[in-house]
Design a protein around this ligand. Sequence first.
Ligand SMILES: C[S@@+](CC[C@H](N)C(=O)[O-])C[C@H]1O[C@@H](n2cnc3c(N)ncnc32)[C@H](O)[C@@H]1O
Length: 278
Amino acid sequence: MSFSAEWLALREPFDRQARHAGVLQRAVAALSGRPAVTIVDLACGTGSTLRALGPHLPVHQTWRLFDNDLSLLARVPPAANVHVRPLDLVAELEAALDGPVDLVTTSALLDLVSADWLERLVAEVATRRLPLYASLSYDGRVELAPADPRDAAVIAAVNAHQRRDKGFGPALGPMAAQTAADHLEELGYAVELEDADWVMRETDQAMQEALLAGWAIAASETGEMPAEAVAEWLLSRRAALTAKRSRIRVGHLDLLAAPAAARRADRSQSNSTSSPSR
Ligand SMILES: C[S@@+](CC[C@H](N)C(=O)[O-])C[C@H]1O[C@@H](n2cnc3c(N)ncnc32)[C@H](O)[C@@H]1O
């Protein structure tokens, strides 16, 4: 499955706004006390996690960015401490984690992956006792205003579409972040899972239009709704959008998982508390 640079650029401000500030802060705290850090970002796209997290980390940071889309990697702003490498995470996940690593990050990836691939990721991270910051996994919650009687059916079809194969086998879709949290807790990790929702106001026209059009295509592809009903839904939602009456909230989850020992050390330093996973 490919993602256009234009779509990633459109969503990035909403991602940045949605990121759970406490989870991000504790991802930073998980690295505290180290004079230099190395971060591996899986499925980096054009580098949005680097831009979101980098400014909060110690000055001496090295990033290794991996993606299988060369056109996206070419848009990562060049820097001496940022190393981009084309890599297929299905075939070569383990290679991405080779060498010194202090933190593994990813954003908007987990909902695309299969149960088997997620287990593989968790096993590789846990074997190395690495913390994992996996942000912005779609969780299936969508609120649309003003309400349309067809909303629930369209979103149910969209969520069914999310479970289709996105290149990693049948996708976990909305279940991905909770599934990752459960696996990591089983392996002794301290896990935080917090809401990180996109919030679109009446004036966020381009993002809403892209989302609604994408959802209409996805819902139609499932065949779960008559194509005419999807088309009518899209017309109605576009009318609300043009009239500047449309608001959308899309549920995402931010996950931070740290090996238990790292979390104990982190707490004694920052005296912060963390909520258990949901
Ligand atoms: C939704 S985008 C998220 C990109 C970026 N993390 C962000 O938040 O903007 C998913 C990313 O996964 C990458 N991807 C999909 N399948 C992949 C694979 N098999 N190996 C490596 N990257 C992959 C895509 O190229 C895309 O950059």
